[in-house]
Ligand binder design. Structure first.
Ligand SMILES: [Zn+2]
Length: 500
Protein backbone atom coordinates (compact mmCIF):
# COMPACT_ATOMS: atom_id res chain seq x y z
CA UNK A 1 0.00 0.00 0.00
CA UNK A 2 1.46 3.30 -1.03
CA UNK A 3 -0.18 5.23 1.73
CA UNK A 4 1.23 3.00 4.41
CA UNK A 5 4.74 3.45 2.99
CA UNK A 6 4.30 7.19 3.04
CA UNK A 7 2.94 7.08 6.54
CA UNK A 8 5.85 4.98 7.71
CA UNK A 9 8.27 7.49 6.23
CA UNK A 10 6.81 10.27 8.26
CA UNK A 11 6.41 8.31 11.47
CA UNK A 12 9.52 9.90 12.94
CA UNK A 13 8.28 13.35 12.13
CA UNK A 14 5.01 12.65 13.81
CA UNK A 15 6.76 12.35 17.14
CA UNK A 16 7.32 16.08 16.95
CA UNK A 17 5.27 17.56 19.79
CA UNK A 18 4.02 20.33 17.54
CA UNK A 19 1.88 17.72 15.94
CA UNK A 20 -0.26 17.31 19.01
CA UNK A 21 -2.79 19.46 17.28
CA UNK A 22 -2.95 17.03 14.42
CA UNK A 23 -3.32 14.07 16.73
CA UNK A 24 -6.21 15.65 18.54
CA UNK A 25 -8.13 16.95 15.59
CA UNK A 26 -7.69 14.80 12.56
CA UNK A 27 -11.21 14.13 11.28
CA UNK A 28 -12.62 16.88 13.44
CA UNK A 29 -15.15 19.04 11.62
CA UNK A 30 -13.93 22.47 12.62
CA UNK A 31 -10.29 21.66 12.34
CA UNK A 32 -10.12 19.49 9.29
CA UNK A 33 -9.65 22.28 6.76
CA UNK A 34 -7.46 24.23 9.10
CA UNK A 35 -5.21 21.28 9.74
CA UNK A 36 -4.72 20.13 6.20
CA UNK A 37 -3.74 23.64 5.20
CA UNK A 38 -1.61 24.26 8.27
CA UNK A 39 2.19 24.57 8.08
CA UNK A 40 2.48 21.76 10.62
CA UNK A 41 0.61 19.36 8.42
CA UNK A 42 2.40 20.55 5.33
CA UNK A 43 5.75 20.07 6.96
CA UNK A 44 4.91 16.59 8.14
CA UNK A 45 3.20 15.12 5.16
CA UNK A 46 4.94 14.33 1.96
CA UNK A 47 4.10 15.90 -1.30
CA UNK A 48 2.08 12.96 -2.47
CA UNK A 49 -0.38 13.19 0.33
CA UNK A 50 -0.60 16.93 0.16
CA UNK A 51 -1.04 17.40 -3.52
CA UNK A 52 -2.48 14.13 -4.52
CA UNK A 53 -6.13 13.58 -4.51
CA UNK A 54 -5.85 11.68 -1.27
CA UNK A 55 -7.04 14.37 1.08
CA UNK A 56 -9.76 15.40 -1.32
CA UNK A 57 -10.90 11.82 -1.50
CA UNK A 58 -10.89 11.45 2.25
CA UNK A 59 -13.07 14.45 2.94
CA UNK A 60 -16.67 13.46 3.46
CA UNK A 61 -18.17 16.48 1.72
CA UNK A 62 -16.63 18.31 -1.15
CA UNK A 63 -18.42 19.62 -4.15
CA UNK A 64 -16.32 22.55 -5.17
CA UNK A 65 -15.50 20.87 -8.43
CA UNK A 66 -19.10 20.11 -9.17
CA UNK A 67 -19.35 16.48 -8.29
CA UNK A 68 -17.91 13.80 -6.07
CA UNK A 69 -17.66 10.08 -6.46
CA UNK A 70 -18.22 7.79 -3.53
CA UNK A 71 -18.87 4.07 -3.19
CA UNK A 72 -22.14 2.82 -1.78
CA UNK A 73 -23.90 -0.41 -1.12
CA UNK A 74 -26.90 -1.58 0.81
CA UNK A 75 -26.46 -3.09 4.18
CA UNK A 76 -28.55 -5.23 6.44
CA UNK A 77 -28.71 -4.53 10.12
CA UNK A 78 -30.72 -5.83 12.99
CA UNK A 79 -31.82 -2.28 13.67
CA UNK A 80 -33.11 -1.69 10.14
CA UNK A 81 -34.85 -5.06 10.09
CA UNK A 82 -36.67 -4.23 13.31
CA UNK A 83 -37.69 -0.86 11.90
CA UNK A 84 -39.10 -2.57 8.83
CA UNK A 85 -40.97 -5.00 11.05
CA UNK A 86 -42.42 -2.19 13.12
CA UNK A 87 -43.52 -0.43 9.97
CA UNK A 88 -45.36 -3.53 8.81
CA UNK A 89 -46.94 -4.11 12.17
CA UNK A 90 -48.05 -0.53 12.54
CA UNK A 91 -50.91 0.08 10.13
CA UNK A 92 -51.33 3.67 11.21
CA UNK A 93 -47.72 4.51 10.68
CA UNK A 94 -47.28 7.51 8.45
CA UNK A 95 -43.59 7.47 9.10
CA UNK A 96 -41.59 7.64 5.94
CA UNK A 97 -38.62 5.35 5.83
CA UNK A 98 -35.49 6.32 4.04
CA UNK A 99 -33.32 3.95 2.04
CA UNK A 100 -30.01 3.71 3.78
CA UNK A 101 -26.67 2.92 2.20
CA UNK A 102 -23.22 2.39 3.50
CA UNK A 103 -21.01 5.11 2.04
CA UNK A 104 -17.29 5.47 1.69
CA UNK A 105 -15.02 7.71 -0.31
CA UNK A 106 -12.16 6.14 -2.27
CA UNK A 107 -9.79 7.70 0.24
CA UNK A 108 -11.69 6.30 3.19
CA UNK A 109 -11.76 2.88 1.58
CA UNK A 110 -8.02 2.92 1.21
CA UNK A 111 -7.51 4.29 4.69
CA UNK A 112 -9.79 1.67 6.27
CA UNK A 113 -7.95 -1.05 4.38
CA UNK A 114 -4.54 0.22 5.41
CA UNK A 115 -5.65 0.61 8.98
CA UNK A 116 -7.29 -2.74 9.51
CA UNK A 117 -4.65 -4.62 7.57
CA UNK A 118 -1.77 -3.20 9.54
CA UNK A 119 -3.22 -2.74 12.97
CA UNK A 120 -1.41 -5.82 14.18
CA UNK A 121 2.09 -4.54 13.50
CA UNK A 122 3.16 -2.23 16.25
CA UNK A 123 5.42 0.04 14.16
CA UNK A 124 2.69 1.01 11.82
CA UNK A 125 0.10 1.08 14.51
CA UNK A 126 1.49 4.01 16.44
CA UNK A 127 1.33 6.12 13.32
CA UNK A 128 -1.98 4.79 12.11
CA UNK A 129 -3.56 5.46 15.48
CA UNK A 130 -2.75 9.11 15.10
CA UNK A 131 -4.49 9.30 11.78
CA UNK A 132 -7.46 7.12 12.53
CA UNK A 133 -10.51 6.86 14.69
CA UNK A 134 -13.85 5.18 13.95
CA UNK A 135 -16.22 7.37 11.98
CA UNK A 136 -19.75 7.27 10.69
CA UNK A 137 -20.62 7.79 7.03
CA UNK A 138 -23.88 6.96 5.28
CA UNK A 139 -26.05 8.01 2.39
CA UNK A 140 -29.82 7.90 2.45
CA UNK A 141 -32.61 8.82 0.10
CA UNK A 142 -36.37 8.88 0.28
CA UNK A 143 -36.34 7.06 -3.03
CA UNK A 144 -35.02 3.60 -3.73
CA UNK A 145 -31.67 4.08 -5.44
CA UNK A 146 -31.70 0.43 -6.44
CA UNK A 147 -28.28 -0.11 -5.02
CA UNK A 148 -27.77 -3.69 -3.91
CA UNK A 149 -25.21 -5.32 -1.71
CA UNK A 150 -22.50 -4.99 -4.38
CA UNK A 151 -20.40 -1.84 -4.44
CA UNK A 152 -21.68 0.87 -6.74
CA UNK A 153 -19.95 4.02 -7.81
CA UNK A 154 -22.24 6.91 -6.98
CA UNK A 155 -21.62 10.36 -8.41
CA UNK A 156 -23.03 13.11 -6.22
CA UNK A 157 -23.44 16.80 -6.79
CA UNK A 158 -24.57 19.79 -4.84
CA UNK A 159 -27.08 20.82 -7.49
CA UNK A 160 -29.50 18.89 -9.66
CA UNK A 161 -27.16 19.32 -12.60
CA UNK A 162 -27.76 18.14 -16.10
CA UNK A 163 -25.33 15.39 -16.85
CA UNK A 164 -27.99 12.89 -17.65
CA UNK A 165 -28.71 12.63 -14.00
CA UNK A 166 -31.60 10.91 -12.46
CA UNK A 167 -31.29 13.77 -9.98
CA UNK A 168 -32.70 11.91 -7.02
CA UNK A 169 -32.23 13.67 -3.76
CA UNK A 170 -30.19 12.18 -0.99
CA UNK A 171 -28.55 13.03 2.29
CA UNK A 172 -25.07 12.30 3.50
CA UNK A 173 -24.26 12.06 7.16
CA UNK A 174 -20.76 12.04 8.52
CA UNK A 175 -19.40 12.05 12.04
CA UNK A 176 -15.98 11.70 13.49
CA UNK A 177 -16.59 14.45 15.99
CA UNK A 178 -19.79 16.40 15.49
CA UNK A 179 -22.46 15.04 13.18
CA UNK A 180 -22.65 16.79 9.83
CA UNK A 181 -25.38 16.46 7.24
CA UNK A 182 -25.39 17.41 3.59
CA UNK A 183 -28.19 17.43 1.05
CA UNK A 184 -26.97 16.03 -2.25
CA UNK A 185 -28.21 14.96 -5.66
CA UNK A 186 -27.41 11.56 -7.01
CA UNK A 187 -26.15 12.12 -10.55
CA UNK A 188 -25.10 8.69 -11.67
CA UNK A 189 -24.88 5.19 -10.35
CA UNK A 190 -22.38 2.91 -12.04
CA UNK A 191 -21.04 -0.50 -11.34
CA UNK A 192 -17.89 -0.19 -9.32
CA UNK A 193 -14.63 -1.79 -10.30
CA UNK A 194 -15.01 -5.46 -9.36
CA UNK A 195 -11.52 -5.37 -7.86
CA UNK A 196 -12.66 -3.21 -5.00
CA UNK A 197 -12.22 -5.03 -1.78
CA UNK A 198 -12.97 -3.91 1.69
CA UNK A 199 -10.80 -5.55 4.33
CA UNK A 200 -13.28 -4.90 7.07
CA UNK A 201 -15.63 -7.41 5.44
CA UNK A 202 -13.23 -10.22 6.16
CA UNK A 203 -12.78 -9.48 9.83
CA UNK A 204 -14.93 -11.50 12.14
CA UNK A 205 -16.73 -9.69 14.89
CA UNK A 206 -15.32 -11.15 18.08
CA UNK A 207 -17.27 -13.72 20.01
CA UNK A 208 -18.48 -13.12 23.52
CA UNK A 209 -16.08 -12.21 26.28
CA UNK A 210 -18.32 -13.15 29.19
CA UNK A 211 -15.41 -14.53 31.18
CA UNK A 212 -13.52 -11.23 31.10
CA UNK A 213 -16.38 -8.87 31.78
CA UNK A 214 -16.55 -9.25 35.51
CA UNK A 215 -12.88 -8.28 35.86
CA UNK A 216 -13.59 -5.08 33.96
CA UNK A 217 -16.70 -4.40 36.04
CA UNK A 218 -14.78 -4.91 39.28
CA UNK A 219 -12.46 -2.04 38.40
CA UNK A 220 -15.42 0.31 38.39
CA UNK A 221 -17.93 -1.17 40.79
CA UNK A 222 -15.98 -2.93 43.51
CA UNK A 223 -15.30 -0.85 46.59
CA UNK A 224 -17.10 2.31 45.51
CA UNK A 225 -17.21 4.81 48.34
CA UNK A 226 -19.21 7.55 46.63
CA UNK A 227 -21.01 7.83 43.32
CA UNK A 228 -23.04 10.24 41.24
CA UNK A 229 -24.88 9.81 38.00
CA UNK A 230 -25.67 12.46 35.44
CA UNK A 231 -28.49 11.96 32.98
CA UNK A 232 -27.61 13.94 29.87
CA UNK A 233 -30.21 15.81 27.90
CA UNK A 234 -29.49 14.52 24.46
CA UNK A 235 -33.02 14.57 23.06
CA UNK A 236 -34.76 11.35 22.08
CA UNK A 237 -31.82 9.21 23.15
CA UNK A 238 -30.08 7.89 26.24
CA UNK A 239 -26.79 9.00 27.70
CA UNK A 240 -25.89 8.69 31.38
CA UNK A 241 -22.46 9.29 32.82
CA UNK A 242 -21.38 8.03 36.21
CA UNK A 243 -18.63 9.23 38.52
CA UNK A 244 -17.38 6.82 41.15
CA UNK A 245 -14.89 7.58 43.89
CA UNK A 246 -13.30 4.33 44.90
CA UNK A 247 -12.25 3.29 48.38
CA UNK A 248 -8.62 3.91 47.44
CA UNK A 249 -9.44 7.52 46.55
CA UNK A 250 -9.20 7.10 42.78
CA UNK A 251 -11.93 8.42 40.51
CA UNK A 252 -13.61 6.46 37.75
CA UNK A 253 -15.89 7.82 35.09
CA UNK A 254 -18.17 5.55 33.11
CA UNK A 255 -21.05 5.99 30.69
CA UNK A 256 -24.17 3.90 30.41
CA UNK A 257 -25.22 4.46 26.80
CA UNK A 258 -23.90 7.23 24.59
CA UNK A 259 -26.90 7.83 22.37
CA UNK A 260 -27.74 10.52 19.87
CA UNK A 261 -31.08 11.06 18.15
CA UNK A 262 -30.19 10.51 14.50
CA UNK A 263 -33.32 9.19 12.88
CA UNK A 264 -33.82 6.68 10.10
CA UNK A 265 -33.61 9.44 7.51
CA UNK A 266 -30.25 10.61 8.83
CA UNK A 267 -31.56 13.71 10.50
CA UNK A 268 -31.38 14.93 14.04
CA UNK A 269 -34.77 14.06 15.50
CA UNK A 270 -35.81 17.53 16.44
CA UNK A 271 -38.90 18.11 14.37
CA UNK A 272 -36.78 19.36 11.52
CA UNK A 273 -34.99 21.98 13.55
CA UNK A 274 -31.56 20.80 12.61
CA UNK A 275 -29.88 24.11 13.31
CA UNK A 276 -31.20 24.24 16.82
CA UNK A 277 -29.99 20.74 17.45
CA UNK A 278 -26.59 21.61 16.16
CA UNK A 279 -26.38 24.78 18.20
CA UNK A 280 -27.57 23.42 21.49
CA UNK A 281 -31.30 22.72 21.65
CA UNK A 282 -30.13 20.09 24.09
CA UNK A 283 -27.93 21.35 26.86
CA UNK A 284 -25.75 18.33 26.40
CA UNK A 285 -26.04 17.86 22.66
CA UNK A 286 -22.29 17.80 22.41
CA UNK A 287 -21.88 15.48 25.31
CA UNK A 288 -19.48 13.44 23.21
CA UNK A 289 -17.07 16.30 23.09
CA UNK A 290 -16.88 16.64 26.84
CA UNK A 291 -17.18 13.05 27.96
CA UNK A 292 -14.10 10.92 28.38
CA UNK A 293 -15.29 7.88 30.32
CA UNK A 294 -12.93 5.11 31.35
CA UNK A 295 -15.70 2.58 30.71
CA UNK A 296 -18.57 2.76 28.24
CA UNK A 297 -21.45 0.32 28.65
CA UNK A 298 -23.80 0.16 25.66
CA UNK A 299 -27.14 -1.31 26.74
CA UNK A 300 -27.97 -2.37 23.16
CA UNK A 301 -27.08 -1.46 19.60
CA UNK A 302 -29.87 0.97 18.76
CA UNK A 303 -28.62 4.29 17.42
CA UNK A 304 -30.19 6.30 20.23
CA UNK A 305 -28.00 4.38 22.66
CA UNK A 306 -24.65 4.39 20.88
CA UNK A 307 -24.45 6.93 18.10
CA UNK A 308 -22.71 9.62 20.14
CA UNK A 309 -19.80 7.15 20.24
CA UNK A 310 -18.55 8.70 16.98
CA UNK A 311 -18.46 12.12 18.61
CA UNK A 312 -16.37 11.04 21.56
CA UNK A 313 -12.96 12.53 22.11
CA UNK A 314 -9.96 11.01 20.41
CA UNK A 315 -8.49 10.12 23.79
CA UNK A 316 -11.41 7.71 24.31
CA UNK A 317 -10.12 5.63 21.39
CA UNK A 318 -6.37 5.99 21.39
CA UNK A 319 -3.54 6.23 23.82
CA UNK A 320 -3.06 5.15 27.38
CA UNK A 321 -6.39 6.50 28.57
CA UNK A 322 -8.43 4.69 25.91
CA UNK A 323 -11.77 3.54 27.29
CA UNK A 324 -12.97 0.01 27.78
CA UNK A 325 -16.35 -0.93 26.36
CA UNK A 326 -18.98 -3.49 27.35
CA UNK A 327 -21.89 -4.22 25.03
CA UNK A 328 -24.09 -7.07 23.81
CA UNK A 329 -22.62 -9.27 21.08
CA UNK A 330 -23.48 -7.96 17.64
CA UNK A 331 -24.52 -10.57 15.08
CA UNK A 332 -22.02 -10.96 12.25
CA UNK A 333 -23.32 -9.38 9.08
CA UNK A 334 -26.17 -7.79 10.98
CA UNK A 335 -24.72 -4.47 11.91
CA UNK A 336 -24.19 -1.50 9.65
CA UNK A 337 -20.80 -0.66 8.27
CA UNK A 338 -20.12 2.24 10.60
CA UNK A 339 -20.99 0.13 13.60
CA UNK A 340 -18.92 -2.75 12.26
CA UNK A 341 -15.98 -0.35 11.93
CA UNK A 342 -16.41 0.82 15.51
CA UNK A 343 -16.68 -2.65 17.00
CA UNK A 344 -13.81 -4.12 15.00
CA UNK A 345 -11.62 -1.12 15.82
CA UNK A 346 -12.24 -1.61 19.54
CA UNK A 347 -11.93 -5.39 19.32
CA UNK A 348 -8.56 -5.21 17.56
CA UNK A 349 -7.32 -3.11 20.44
CA UNK A 350 -8.91 -5.51 22.91
CA UNK A 351 -10.97 -2.70 24.33
CA UNK A 352 -14.44 -4.08 23.84
CA UNK A 353 -15.95 -6.96 25.80
CA UNK A 354 -19.06 -8.42 24.25
CA UNK A 355 -21.78 -9.95 26.35
CA UNK A 356 -23.38 -13.16 25.10
CA UNK A 357 -27.03 -14.10 25.39
CA UNK A 358 -26.03 -16.56 28.08
CA UNK A 359 -24.21 -14.00 30.20
CA UNK A 360 -24.90 -15.03 33.78
CA UNK A 361 -24.73 -11.48 35.06
CA UNK A 362 -22.40 -9.47 37.25
CA UNK A 363 -22.89 -9.02 40.90
CA UNK A 364 -20.45 -7.22 43.08
CA UNK A 365 -19.95 -9.30 46.21
CA UNK A 366 -21.95 -7.04 48.46
CA UNK A 367 -24.79 -7.07 45.95
CA UNK A 368 -24.73 -3.31 45.51
CA UNK A 369 -23.88 -3.41 41.84
CA UNK A 370 -25.54 -5.72 39.37
CA UNK A 371 -25.37 -5.97 35.61
CA UNK A 372 -27.53 -8.39 33.65
CA UNK A 373 -29.20 -8.84 30.28
CA UNK A 374 -32.92 -8.66 29.63
CA UNK A 375 -34.65 -11.98 29.10
CA UNK A 376 -36.27 -10.99 25.80
CA UNK A 377 -35.29 -11.60 22.21
CA UNK A 378 -34.91 -8.37 20.25
CA UNK A 379 -32.35 -5.63 20.76
CA UNK A 380 -34.41 -3.70 23.32
CA UNK A 381 -35.61 -6.63 25.36
CA UNK A 382 -32.25 -8.37 25.57
CA UNK A 383 -30.34 -5.22 26.43
CA UNK A 384 -28.03 -4.71 29.37
CA UNK A 385 -29.30 -3.27 32.64
CA UNK A 386 -27.20 -1.88 35.45
CA UNK A 387 -28.17 -1.52 39.06
CA UNK A 388 -26.00 0.86 41.00
CA UNK A 389 -26.13 1.35 44.75
CA UNK A 390 -29.62 2.85 44.64
CA UNK A 391 -30.28 3.53 40.97
CA UNK A 392 -31.55 1.24 38.24
CA UNK A 393 -30.51 1.92 34.65
CA UNK A 394 -32.77 0.02 32.31
CA UNK A 395 -31.88 0.92 28.73
CA UNK A 396 -34.92 0.02 26.62
CA UNK A 397 -35.66 -3.27 28.35
CA UNK A 398 -39.38 -3.69 29.10
CA UNK A 399 -40.47 -4.61 32.60
CA UNK A 400 -41.49 -8.17 31.84
CA UNK A 401 -37.98 -8.96 30.65
CA UNK A 402 -36.12 -7.71 33.69
CA UNK A 403 -34.09 -10.28 35.59
CA UNK A 404 -35.92 -9.14 38.66
CA UNK A 405 -34.54 -11.96 40.78
CA UNK A 406 -31.00 -10.93 39.99
CA UNK A 407 -31.68 -7.26 40.45
CA UNK A 408 -33.36 -7.84 43.76
CA UNK A 409 -31.30 -10.78 44.98
CA UNK A 410 -28.66 -9.55 47.35
CA UNK A 411 -30.10 -6.25 48.47
CA UNK A 412 -33.79 -6.14 47.73
CA UNK A 413 -35.69 -2.90 47.48
CA UNK A 414 -32.74 -0.62 47.01
CA UNK A 415 -34.02 0.91 43.81
CA UNK A 416 -34.49 4.47 44.94
CA UNK A 417 -33.94 6.09 41.54
CA UNK A 418 -34.70 4.78 38.10
CA UNK A 419 -33.96 5.71 34.52
CA UNK A 420 -37.36 4.75 33.15
CA UNK A 421 -37.13 2.09 30.42
CA UNK A 422 -37.68 2.85 26.74
CA UNK A 423 -38.44 6.57 27.06
CA UNK A 424 -41.61 5.67 29.04
CA UNK A 425 -43.18 4.38 25.84
CA UNK A 426 -46.75 3.16 25.53
CA UNK A 427 -45.37 -0.24 24.60
CA UNK A 428 -43.69 -0.42 27.97
CA UNK A 429 -47.07 0.38 29.54
CA UNK A 430 -48.44 -2.90 28.21
CA UNK A 431 -45.63 -4.68 30.01
CA UNK A 432 -45.75 -2.71 33.21
CA UNK A 433 -48.20 -5.17 34.70
CA UNK A 434 -45.30 -7.52 35.21
CA UNK A 435 -43.57 -5.11 37.48
CA UNK A 436 -45.61 -3.28 40.03
CA UNK A 437 -45.53 -6.13 42.52
CA UNK A 438 -41.76 -5.97 42.68
CA UNK A 439 -41.48 -2.26 42.35
CA UNK A 440 -44.35 -1.52 44.67
CA UNK A 441 -42.87 -3.65 47.40
CA UNK A 442 -39.70 -1.72 47.02
CA UNK A 443 -41.52 1.58 46.76
CA UNK A 444 -42.97 1.24 50.19
CA UNK A 445 -39.56 0.83 51.77
CA UNK A 446 -36.94 2.75 49.89
CA UNK A 447 -38.30 6.28 49.78
CA UNK A 448 -38.62 6.58 46.04
CA UNK A 449 -36.83 9.61 44.77
CA UNK A 450 -36.20 10.31 41.10
CA UNK A 451 -37.63 8.62 38.03
CA UNK A 452 -35.94 10.11 34.98
CA UNK A 453 -37.39 9.78 31.49
CA UNK A 454 -34.90 10.24 28.64
CA UNK A 455 -36.93 11.81 25.89
CA UNK A 456 -36.95 14.45 23.17
CA UNK A 457 -38.84 15.25 19.99
CA UNK A 458 -40.26 12.01 18.59
CA UNK A 459 -43.08 10.64 16.47
CA UNK A 460 -44.05 7.81 18.77
CA UNK A 461 -45.76 9.68 21.58
CA UNK A 462 -43.02 9.08 24.13
CA UNK A 463 -43.38 9.50 27.02
CA UNK A 464 -46.77 7.90 27.49
CA UNK A 465 -48.88 9.83 29.97
CA UNK A 466 -50.19 6.69 31.65
CA UNK A 467 -46.67 5.54 32.36
CA UNK A 468 -45.89 8.91 33.97
CA UNK A 469 -49.06 8.56 36.06
CA UNK A 470 -47.97 5.16 37.31
CA UNK A 471 -44.62 6.52 38.42
CA UNK A 472 -46.30 9.45 40.17
CA UNK A 473 -49.29 7.61 41.57
CA UNK A 474 -49.12 7.27 45.32
CA UNK A 475 -50.78 3.88 45.11
CA UNK A 476 -48.42 2.62 42.51
CA UNK A 477 -44.79 3.63 42.34
CA UNK A 478 -44.83 6.92 44.16
CA UNK A 479 -41.61 8.53 43.04
CA UNK A 480 -41.00 11.94 44.59
CA UNK A 481 -40.05 13.44 41.25
CA UNK A 482 -40.73 12.26 37.71
CA UNK A 483 -38.30 14.17 35.49
CA UNK A 484 -38.18 14.46 31.71
CA UNK A 485 -34.96 15.37 29.98
CA UNK A 486 -36.89 17.53 27.51
CA UNK A 487 -38.23 19.79 30.26
CA UNK A 488 -36.54 23.12 29.61
CA UNK A 489 -37.58 24.54 32.98
CA UNK A 490 -35.56 22.11 35.00
CA UNK A 491 -32.24 22.90 36.48
CA UNK A 492 -29.26 20.81 35.41
CA UNK A 493 -28.99 19.65 39.01
CA UNK A 494 -32.27 17.80 38.63
CA UNK A 495 -30.46 15.35 36.44
CA UNK A 496 -27.76 14.57 38.90
CA UNK A 497 -28.47 11.55 41.05
CA UNK A 498 -26.54 10.86 44.23
CA UNK A 499 -26.21 7.13 44.00
CA UNK A 500 -24.02 6.57 47.01
ZN1 LIG B 1 -33.70 0.55 21.70
Amino acid sequence: MEILEEINKISEMLKNPKLEVLKEHMWDKESFDEIISSPVFNAAFPERLLNSKFREMLKPFIFEKGSKTIYCRRYISEELEEDEENKENDENSSKKFGYRYMAITPGMLETDNVYFENLETSDARSVLDILYKPYFYELCSDEDLEIGCEWQKVVLSKNVGNEGANGKKGRLAFAASLFQFKEVYIQRIEKADPDISYKLDDITIPADADGKINNVMDKFFKNVSESYLMVHRVGQANCVSGYNTMADGSNKCFAFDVGFPIDINLRFSTGGQIDKAATGIYDDAYVGNILAPDLIIISHWHQDHYKAAYTLKRSVFNGKSASEWIAPVCAQGKCNASLNRLIVFLAKKQKIFLVSEKYPGYSQTSGDYIMCRGKGKNLNESGLMLKMNNTLLTGDCGYENWQINQINAAKPNTVKNIIVPHHASGKSLKQIGAVPKELQKAAAKSGRDKAVICVGYNKWGHPNKNVIDIYEDKNMLKFRKVLRTDDKNLNGNDFIIKDK
